[in-house]
Design a protein around this ligand. Structure first.
Ligand SMILES: *Cc1c(COP(=O)(O)O)cnc(C)c1O
Length: 427
């Protein structure tokens, strides 16, 4: 047994499935998860001393790679002053100012501890501000694990959603309506069928939890128009896209304004942080200014703020990292396509900015139904071939490959060599 396997044996006795978040368990791809000891730049090292080029990047936060010296120094310098006070610190103000300076259309920010919490709170605010109960979300978009977001399309989907997990009550699910990503007509039908009842439409501006599905031209603009027409708020869940697509996130990248924006992942620099943000008028509905209650013992934690602020400062000061990451992602995407063509493997590669995803299917992937057409057995095989060659990808078809600014030319060259051999092994 490898050391990772030994740890996994022990882990399964004390952690459900051996993990603290399900996708880490490798169930979608087979095999045993690697237990990571440390990360440096684009590489991670596991318990057996094996080194991998990492394209998971903690599921997005490590946009500058692991153990960035400026971020570690900020954490260390802050840490020695004490870990948490439950009282305001200057860092929280600086963090909010930094975010507001980078992201268009936001005037105030509330920090929380995860993306899940950010979405849950933004949804409460949208309901509180509009006095409406219902939400529209898109099939295949993930917004964390709060009850109202764990909803699938039931038979009565035009009027109410169905729980997508045991333990979610019908009551919690019934106000979430399901639309199809990249299909404005599906949104319009729901808004028409539920007049003056929809508080908000929530969307991942680039769907990055069903692989990677970019919005079609006009889709986000159309959502803006429909929300304005029906008096609903538009929530961009930018937990992945925020500070990744561009310094100003999807609002900047696509030129579409959202009413509320949720953040997570990148803004913590690897620490557990989330946030929601919007106009002053909306955000002042939140306690203690307004009637929408939301609180957090560790929210705005100084060490977490130090890490996040250091990361955002680097991103703000070095706009060239966005070009570097996109160039890397496009390079890998092109090599995936070429290898697939060379070996006669049906493959679609979606890529936008530093995000990409290969789908093993003939048809273009522009929605959840199309993503589900991908041959997940082939993905599992591809994943394991890549892992064998020292490239650590997401252990699931329905996750993005994250390119960071720390991936070097040499990393990229090794990666496309592994791609060529792995795709050949599938043929
Ligand atoms: C990861 C993610 C979340 C949930 O964030 P957690 O920090 O895991 O709670 C919410 N929305 C999107 C788009 C995400 O990718």
């Amino acid at each position: 047994m490898t050391r990772s396997e030994e740890w996994f044996e022990r882990a399964q006795k004390v952690l459900p499935g051996g993990v603290n978040s399900p996708v880490r368990a490798f169930r979608a791809v087979g095999g045993r998860p690697r237990f990571i000891v440390k990360g440096l730049g684009s590489h991670v090292l596991d318990e057996d001393g094996l080194e991998y080029i990492d394209y998971v990047g903690s599921w997005g936060p490590m946009v500058l790679g692991h153990s960035h010296p400026d971020i570690l120094k900020a954490v260390y310098d802050r840490m020695v002053c004490g870990l948490s006070f439950g009282a305001p610190t200057a860092l929280e103000v600086e963090m909010a100012e930094k975010m507001i300076g980078m992201v268009p259309h936001i005037e105030m920010v509330r920090m929380v501890n995860s993306g899940t919490e950010a979405v849950m709170s933004a949804v409460r605010l949208a309901r509180g501000a509009t006095g409406r109960d219902k939400l529209i979300k898109f099939e295949g978009c993930y917004h964390g694990h709060s009850d109202a977001m764990l909803v699938g399309a039931g038979s009565g989907a035009l009027t109410q959603g169905e729980p997508d997990s045991r333990g979610v009550t019908r009551g919690a699910a019934q106000d979430t309506l399901m639309a199809q990503y990249n299909d404005l007509a599906s949104v319009e039908r729901l808004l028409d069928a539920n007049p003056n009842q929809v508080a908000a439409v929530i969307v991942e501006p680039v769907a990055a939890n069903m692989g990677v599905v970019p919005p079609k031209d006009g889709f986000l603009q159309g959502l803006r128009r429909l929300c304005d027409k029906h008096g609903s708020l538009l929530i961009f869940d930018e937990v992945i896209t925020g500070f990744r697509l561009a310094a100003g996130g999807a609002q900047e990248y696509f030129g579409v304004r959202a009413d509320l924006v949720t953040f997570g992942k990148i803004i913590g620099g690897g620490m557990p942080v989330g946030a929601y943000a919007g106009s002053r008028a909306l955000m002042e509905q939140v306690a203690p200014c307004g009637p929408v209650y939301q609180a957090g013992t560790l929210s705005g934690n100084p060490v977490a703020m130090a890490a996040g602020l250091a990361q955002l400062t680097i991103l703000a000061d070095h706009p060239e990292v966005y070009t570097v990451m996109e160039t890397g992602a496009r390079y890998i995407a092109n090599h995936l396509r070429e290898s697939a063509k060379r070996h006669g493997v049906a493959l679609q590669v979606n890529q936008i900015g530093s995000l990409l995803c290969p789908y093993f299917t003939e048809q273009p992937v522009d929605c959840f139904a199309a993503a589900q057409e991908s041959n997940t057995k082939l993905y599992a095989k591809y994943f394991n071939e890549m892992l064998l060659r020292g490239v650590y990808l997401a252990p699931s078809q329905f996750e993005a490959m994250f390119v960071s600014s720390a991936h070097t030319q040499n990393d990229l060259a090794c990666t496309v060599q592994a791609v060529e051999e792995s795709i050949a092994a599938l043929a």
